[in-house]
Design a binder for this molecule. Structure first.
Ligand code: SF4
Ligand code: ZN
Length: 289
């Protein structure tokens, strides 16, 4: 099988065609470049240490000014697996020549994720998701940067489906907003994996212990969408491009009366503060209200 863009042997066949290593890398970087068009300030890369985030780091160092990039890992404390990923991310950042650091839930919120879960009534992913988002929002504010995450096309599709089931059209349209950059949002998970292999990303992923023991709805969507894409290659990318044409919802925010961070217009207290009160954690105040 040959690369669809040159005569070299294809190293990967994905939903958008067959590519040699060079053209796969170029195609991924080109899609990412379009996603960050017009951005020129500091960018804080949210890095879990898993494959997607290492690919994000590599892609960004090739399409953006390295001096304006920094990477951070938020360690929730769900076992030691994240600390192993911190080591991988740190070494990879050194190899790429970008600044890297990590912060823990304990430092920022006073409790580890395990402690939150043992005290609260919601699922681990609820505390993890809300506090991780807040951690990044807070660190970006401190750095005067915008956050970029390694969400892929598949991740965006799972999120849209979850929001659809919740009946939240505004949340589906919010996926089009650029409050956070998602340079890989038009790149398939399988392309990210192939890119990681092509550049020799040192990944050795261990799944989060919570996803292994309590599979979430998101994990089930992942399997179903994978099957759908196998049957009709290109489905997710077409869906993403159609969604993009629908625009973004009107931005309506109010500000949490406890921490000062933006929250939904119908709330006085944000979700992070609400969960923090439930489990006895603390939420850092917004620096520039
Ligand atoms: Fe957090 Fe693990 Fe849930 Fe992912 S699966 S949101 S890392 S607790
Ligand atoms: Zn709050």
């Amino acid at each position: 099988m040959k690369c669809s863009l040159c005569n070299k042997r294809a190293f990967f066949k994905g939903p958008l065609g067959a590519y040699c290593e060079e053209h796969l890398i170029e195609s991924v970087r080109e899609r990412a470049r379009k996603e960050i068009e017009g951005v020129n300030g500091k960018i804080l890369l949210a890095v879990s240490g898993g494959k997607d985030s290492l690919v994000l780091m590599d892609v960004m160092t090739h399409i953006y000014d390295k001096e304006k990039l920094m990477a951070v890992t938020v360690v929730e404390g769900a076992g030691s697996y994240r600390l192993k990923e911190v080591e991988v991310a740190k070494k990879f950042a050194q190899r790429l020549g970008i600044k890297y650091y990590y912060v823990t839930f304990k430092e920022l919120f006073g409790l580890t994720l395990d402690e939150m879960v043992s005290r609260g009534k919601f699922s681990p992913c609820t505390y993890c998701g809300v506090f991780r988002r807040r951690a990044l929002e807070h660190l970006a504010e401190k750095e005067g940067a915008v956050v970029a995450t390694g969400h892929t096309l598949d991740d965006e599709a799972h999120t849209a489906l979850l929001n659809f089931l919740r009946g939240s059209w505004d949340d589906i349209l919010k996926l089009n907003s650029r409050v956070r950059l998602k340079p890989l949002r038009k790149v398939y998970e399988v392309e990210v994996t192939a890119y990681a292999k092509a550049i020799g990303v040192p990944f050795q992923e261990e799944e989060c212990p919570y996803i292994v023991t309590r599979p979430s709805l998101r994990a089930r969507f992942r399997e179903r969408l994978f099957e759908l894409e196998e049957e009709k290659p290109g489905t997710l990318l077409k869906w993403r491009e159609t969604l993009e044409r629908l625009g973004t919802p009107e931005r309506k925010v109010s500000y949490c009366k406890l921490c000062g961070y933006p929250t939904s217009p119908n709330r006085e207290v944000c979700r992070a503060c609400e969960l923090a009160m439930e489990v006895g954690a603390r939420v850092p105040k917004r620096l520039r209200p």
